[in-house]
Design a binder for this molecule. Structure first.
Ligand SMILES: Nc1nc2c(c(=O)[nH]1)N[C@@H](CN(C=O)c1ccc(C(=O)N[C@@H](CCC(=O)O)C(=O)O)cc1)CN2
Length: 286
């Protein structure tokens, strides 16, 4: 292995340590940030992610509000909890864990959320603010990727970033972040309809692989010296994570994010950043 590691665990720990001081400062002003979560169904992965979010909150001093519904919950059941969280003064920001069960209109649920309490940056208002370059919560995984690269001194300015996947939590929004003047990258978004994927990947200074296809990015697809971020979470028969990036890529790339231990912990840390920033914005408006 020749690539250097983009260490998400250590970077997330540094972010959390800084947030602990900011939460203490908010509390001294009488503001207690509180993260709400809504988990629908019994997917073990989603439950693990939600539990992790509350563990992180406890670590930095953010209060937790946990709501759960069975997999059989109706659209109306879910919307009722969303309305409750919108009205709950203890909940300063919240997330609806995705994906929601089949048959649920996810967009309608996201649209019903109070945009001032959107901790995930996935509300249409938050995404619109990102397009308009106005302050607001940023989608956690894209935000985490940018911070992970910055933390390790990987040049984003002027880089050609090739993104694999057009899902709501990563692919569709990361280009909006990376093409802001402050990041100044050029972004190519690839998906299952893209022709000559290998040719495009070989042009990339930075690859963000979020397609959910095991080992899709092979060593021969990567330009020597590139940075490669693996967001894919598939599982083998033993339940072990298999990312979108072939292990051999570590011999070609200059930087690689481990999986686990790369982008995942950064997603969690940036959620906390969104919660704290929202509480700080509310506090300064008082
Ligand atoms: N409402 C949301 N739903 C989902 C999001 C999101 O940002 N908002 N992203 C993913 C899941 N996710 C957070 O919710 C998430 C994924 C992975 C990790 C993580 O830390 N992973 C570990 C490995 C864990 C394992 O072994 O399974 C790692 O990479 O080290 C945290 C959060 C979809 N849904």
């Amino acid at each position: 292995m020749t690539a250097q590691i983009l260490d998400g665990k250590a970077t997330a720990a540094a972010i959390k340590s800084e947030l602990t001081a900011r939460v203490a400062a908010l509390k001294a002003r009488g503001i207690t940030p509180g993260l709400g979560t809504l988990l629908v169904g019994d997917d073990p992965g989603s439950r693990w992610y939600v539990n992790g979010k509350h563990k992180d909150c406890a670590e930095v001093g953010i209060a937790s509000i946990q709501r759960e519904l069975p997999a059989t919950a109706s659209q109306e059941d879910i919307e009722e909890v969303v309305r409750e969280l919108n009205a709950n003064p203890q909940c300063t920001g919240y997330i609806v864990q995705l994906p929601l069960p089949k048959g649920i209109d996810t967009n309608r649920v996201l649209e019903l959320m109070d945009p001032l309490k959107d901790a995930d940056g996935l509300h249409p208002t938050s995404l619109g603010r990102l397009v308009l370059n106005e302050p607001g919560p940023l989608p956690c995984t894209p935000y985490g990727i940018v911070e992970l690269l910055r933390h390790h001194g990987v040049e984003i300015n002027g880089a050609h970033v090739v993104v694999l996947g057009r899902g709501i939590t990563v692919g569709r929004s990361i280009g909006l972040l990376l093409t802001r003047k402050s990041e100044n990258a050029t972004v190519t978004l690839c998906h299952t309809g893209t022709r000559d994927l290998s040719g495009l990947l070989r042009q990339a200074d930075i690859i963000v692989a979020a397609a959910g296809v095991p080992h899709l990015v092979k060593p021969e697809d990567v330009k020597p010296g590139a940075a490669v971020l693996d967001v894919g979470v598939s599982r083998d028969e033993a339940g072990k994570i298999v990312g979108d990036v072939h292990p051999g890529v570590a011999e070609v790339a200059a930087w690689i994010s481990p999986n686990p231990g790369g982008v995942g912990p950064m997603t969690r840390a940036q959620l906390l950043v969104n919660v704290v920033e929202a509480a700080e914005r509310t506090g300064s408006a008082r």
